[in-house]
Design a protein around this ligand. Structure first.
Ligand code: MRU
Length: 358
């Protein structure tokens, strides 16, 4: 998608420099910085501090992490250790494990002088495939938006939480892909963007990327969705996910669950968009999903531009107060209207998912 009119993807390999290039998302929206990651440790750190974030993108980044590990030291022990460190860099999004395991399987038993070439090919495949999947999610979700528009004959108001936009994937996004497709088709859409405290991915990333694509959007405080739904100002919700169980239970950014409850109470459809790389086929009980707890400084401090246009970090809580920063929650399947995947739209249930992914 576009930034200042120029097409970008979120991650790519620089053949000449043998580095991985990323858009540093900790600097957005005020500064657009492309960063070179040179080692697997750089990738692990970028995932941890969220220079790259969003389930599909951290999967792609981890795949390139294996490539950088091979460039650094083509030694099976080092590569295996790096793969474990990559998987552990963030605990909740299943795409990390999925991508690393796929890379490790691909290079297993490959001749030493072919390992790098094989890994590089596979990392690119993982990223290219994600773009295709997200594009298909968009085409499948477009039909839902179109249906609402055909009935309403007026702007479709869509509420989203966090950033499941192109910045969270390689391109297109998951939740935003149907929106981008609708906009390209000339369907009038307006997006209510949950700010998404504490890291403000909604305000800093979703609104930013929608602006760049000229899609009308309004940032709201996370608690505003409920009253907008009661007033009839939301036609549908679409969110992404970091891990969806085979039961249809959806783990996503903290606050998603409460939005789903409000949607359910108001009879508003609540969709979850995801590529199959985000499905956890093994975990059966959502209480077994590891929920990341991040540094509470993300809550107690805010970053923004000061009056002279410099980025500044300030403390907003009482110095003595404790705070707790859980990064994800789970929306039980019964509150999810449908899952939108690259293969089609299905019920959020074991039967629904099995029907699409035999
Ligand atoms: O903590 P983040 O910013 O990595 O969380 C991202 C989300 O919760 C997204 O909704 C999810 O990864 C889906 S991305 C297409």
């Amino acid at each position: 998608m576009k930034i200042e009119g120029k097409e970008f993807r979120t991650i790519w390999f620089d053949e000449k420099k043998q580095t991985v290039k990323i858009i540093d998302q900790t600097k957005l929206p005020h500064n657009f910085i492309i960063k070179d990651l040179k080692t697997v440790k750089d990738i692990i750190n970028a995932i941890k501090i969220m220079e790259v974030r969003g389930a599909p993108l951290i999967g792609g980044a981890a795949a390139y992490g294996i490539v950088l590990a091979i460039i650094e030291k083509n030694d099976p022990y080092f590569i295996k250790e790096s793969s474990n460190d990559l998987i552990q860099s963030r605990p909740t999004a299943i795409n990390l494990k999925w991508a690393v395991n796929r890379m490790m399987k691909k290079i297993l038993g490959v001749n030493n002088n072919k390992v790098l070439e094989t890994a590089l090919y596979e990392a690119k495949e993982i990223c290219d495939e994600d773009i295709k999947f997200c594009e298909n999610i968009g085409l499948n979700g477009l039909k839902i938006i179109e249906e609402i528009y055909n009935k309403k004959k007026d702007t479709v108001n869509i509420l989203t939480h966090c950033n499941a936009g192109w910045l969270a994937t390689i391109n297109w996004g998951t939740a935003t892909s149907p929106i981008y497709h609708a906009h390209k088709k000339g369907i009038p859409v307006h997006v209510w963007v949950d700010e998404t405290r504490p890291r403000n991915q909604g305000a800093n990333l979703t609104s930013y990327e929608l602006n760049e694509e000229e899609i009308p959007n309004t940032i709201i405080a996370d608690n505003t969705g409920g009253i907008l739904m009661q007033r009839g100002d939301v036609d549908m919700c679409i969110v992404g996910t970091d891990r969806t169980l085979s039961t249809g239970d959806v783990c996503n950014k903290i606050g998603t669950y409460l939005k789903a409850l409000a949607a359910y109470d108001n009879g508003i459809p609540f969709y979850v968009a995801l590529p199959s790389s985000t499905i956890d086929w093994d975990t059966k009980d959502f209480k077994d999903i590891p929920i990341e707890e991040r540094n509470s400084e993300e809550l107690s401090h805010l970053e923004g531009l000061d009056e002279s246009g410099n980025v500044k970090k300030i403390l907003i809580y009482p110095k003595k107060s404790k705070s707790m920063n859980l990064a994800f929650d789970v929306t039980p399947a019964k509150y999810v209207t449908r899952l939108i995947t690259e293969k089609g739209v299905c019920e959020a249930s074991a039967e629904g998912l099995k029907g699409l992914f035999k």
